[in-house]
Design a binder for this molecule. Structure first.
Ligand SMILES: Cc1cc2nc3c(=O)[nH]c(=O)nc-3n(C[C@H](O)[C@H](O)[C@H](O)COP(=O)(O)O)c2cc1C
Length: 272
């Protein structure tokens, strides 16, 4: 789902639909999903108003498709605070979030969610989004994944910059954290540089659950090396089997146990 207007023009719309951006509709949806035993909710995201159709923003804004789109992070916090079991996954782009900010936000939210937070790792695909961040356009497709791979490395090092038992909160010695268990990362890569350590305490999962939806060969390679769960578009039984076999083979190549990756196919049921 995404943090966009609900079905505001239908006769079934809530009398309060004009206030949809306060997040309460989406929290109500999350609570209903939790009652129905859903495992998690994933909030999709992009950071631009599209004008590809007809070279104008009319198509997007008149019909409320692709835009408006509210930031998924505050909504994820609201959902987490108003549910108790269901996971909440938010999308953040490796092309736009500085790694330190992302690592810190994920750690903070995972603590608020008591270990139920996930990050949908995307590298974005819209030049219009890049132009909101001072760039002419995005790097080309596979290069975006090269950046994402190094990004993934930095944020993991930041989450690991605190040993799990660094926080002691020992009244006898008046010690909050054992400073010897918190280290700088001194990361210097091709694209990123970060000193560390993170200035948040380790969260219950230590890092968010990782979601990815790579479909291209490069995207699949990244997903197979990084993701706890992969979401793919269902393309018929043969296509789904091919995708699954390929992801499992790539996971093995990356030195992972393929069974550690949950593979989920998107279906769009039509109820007649
Ligand atoms: C279920 C699903 C959700 C996705 N959510 C987002 C999203 O929120 N933001 C985004 O920029 N891309 C999103 N994507 C795009 C993927 O991250 C990915 O770029 C796409 O599947 C194409 O694969 P490729 O990057 O390997 O070419 C999503 C894709 C799928 C299938």
């Amino acid at each position: 789902m995404n943090f966009t207007p609900p079905d505001w023009q239908s006769e079934w719309a809530s009398p309060d639909v004009k206030n949809w951006a306060n997040g309460k509709f989406h929290v109500d949806m999350a609570q209903s999903m939790e009652r129905a035993c859903f495992d998690f909710m994933m909030i999709e995201d992009t950071v631009m108003v599209a004008d590809a159709y007809g070279g104008t923003m009319e198509g997007s804004l008149k019909n409320a498709v692709f835009a408006p789109k509210q930031d998924p992070i505050p909504l994820a916090v609201m959902v987490a605070a108003n549910t108790t079991k269901m996971g909440v996954v938010a999308t953040m782009s490796t092309s736009f979030y500085p790694p330190y900010l992302l690592a810190r936000a994920c750690s903070t939210i995972d603590s608020i969610a008591e270990g139920r937070f996930g990050w949908n790792i995307v590298s974005s695909a819209e030049d219009r989004a890049a132009q909101n961040f001072g760039l002419e356009g995005l790097p080309e497709h596979d290069e975006r994944y090269n950046v994402a791979e190094e990004y993934f490395d930095v944020v993991n090092k930041l989450w690991d910059s605190w040993e799990p038992d660094a926080v002691v909160m020992d009244r006898d010695t008046n010690t909050f954290a054992d400073y010897r268990k918190v280290r700088t990362i001194d990361f210097e890569g091709k694209y990123f540089k970060s000193r560390g350590p993170l200035n948040t305490v380790p969260s219950p999962q230590h890092r968010p659950a990782f979601f990815q939806a790579g479909a291209s060969p490069r995207g699949r390679a990244f997903a197979a090396g990084a993701a706890d769960a992969i979401i793919a578009v269902g393309t018929g039984t043969a296509g789904m089997k091919e995708y699954r076999d390929d992801i499992r083979a790539r996971a093995e190549q990356a030195g992972r146990n393929p069974d550690d990756i949950k593979l989920l196919f998107v279906v769009s049921p039509t109820i007649a």
